[in-house]
Design a protein around this ligand. Structure first.
Ligand code: SF4
Length: 297
């Protein structure tokens, strides 16, 4: 894809997500978390373009955390931050905190570093956002991150959840947004190459995150037969039908449906093991296998 066309595509998807989830509003001051990876570099590029075209004012602040990883070289990030300041007047900060040692010390052998590392990073990020007067924090998760997280939770955690495009943090102090929620990872890869971003790989997790790699591989394989698969999975996140699931917090299984006597409490239903087996083998409802109309991408 030629650079202009690629940039237009990424911006169109970012604008669409911004509209759908009402992410950026007038007067926002948004801290953009730059990790040194392709996605956050691309996110910052996209936000500078959106700001230049926005009919109202909002501010951006660039933030990067030096986590004290062995062999860390922050010079590419410093160069990038200085360029952002010179070209777009964006204030920036590189904070140094040795989360590396804490993560390695605390993480149980064989477990992934990423979950603890992310929690440390997020806490530091919120503090930095407060320091810089930012009400929102933008993260570089893209479409593939969202749907891979959905699959990881389904396969390994027994839960239907992903990454929301917009969320208030637990403390209620900052709003987190993911403006790349609709952008495929392949676009971010191409954008990174086209812009010559200087990637700073994470040396902490290395060969970890194997479950995510497995899910990524599975989705790539399935997408060969069904090119709309990833778009459909993204659409599924926007098209949840609680009554077709089994979560009584979301659907009133005990309440009145067609009349007060229509439903028995689940505990009273006598489901014989044989019935349970049959239920497990029952054909699923018709799937949305490959309808191009259902894919927004
Ligand atoms: S990829 Fe590296 S920096 Fe990112 S959360 Fe995992 S361990 Fe931390």
């Amino acid at each position: 894809m030629r650079t202009r066309g690629l940039e237009a595509k990424v911006l169109r998807l970012m604008n669409q997500a911004n509209r759908d989830f009402n992410m950026i509003t007038e007067g926002d001051r948004i801290m953009v978390a730059l990790s040194g990876g392709k996605d956050s570099y691309g996110l910052m590029w996209g936000l500078t373009q959106m700001r230049a075209r926005a009919p109202f004012r909002f501010d951006l602040v660039a933030f990067h955390l030096d986590q004290g990883q062995p062999g860390y070289d922050g010079s590419p990030m410093r160069r990038h931050m200085e360029k952002l300041e010179a070209e777009f007047g964006i204030p920036w900060e590189i904070e140094t905190q040795d989360t590396y040692t804490r993560v390695v010390d605390i993480t149980e052998a064989g477990k992934s570093y990423c979950s603890l590392c992310s929690r440390f990073r997020r806490a530091i990020l919120y503090k930095a956002a407060t320091r810089h007067g930012c009400n929102k924090v933008a993260l570089g998760h893209h479409r593939d991150d969202l749907i891979e997280t959905l699959m990881l939770n389904l396969f390994f955690a027994g839960s239907i959840k992903a990454m929301p495009p917009r969320l208030l943090n637990d403390a209620g102090t900052h709003e987190v947004m993911r403006p790349l929620a609709y952008v495929p990872e392949s676009h971010m890869e191409e954008l990174s190459i086209a812009h010559g971003f200087e990637i700073m790989p994470c040396t902490l997790c290395g060969s970890q995150e194997s479950q995510r790699k497995e899910v990524k591989k599975l989705l790539a394989e399935l997408s060969v037969k069904n090119p709309h698969l990833k778009g459909n999975l993204l659409n599924a996140l926007r098209n949840v039908q609680p009554s077709q699931l089994a979560d009584s917090d979301l659907h009133p299984f005990y309440g009145e449906v067609n009349g007060p006597d229509d439903l028995k409490p689940m505990a009273e239903v006598d489901l014989h093991p044989q019935d349970a087996d049959e239920a497990a083998c029952a054909p699923a409802s018709p799937s949305v296998h490959s309808s191009p109309l259902l894919s927004i991408l």
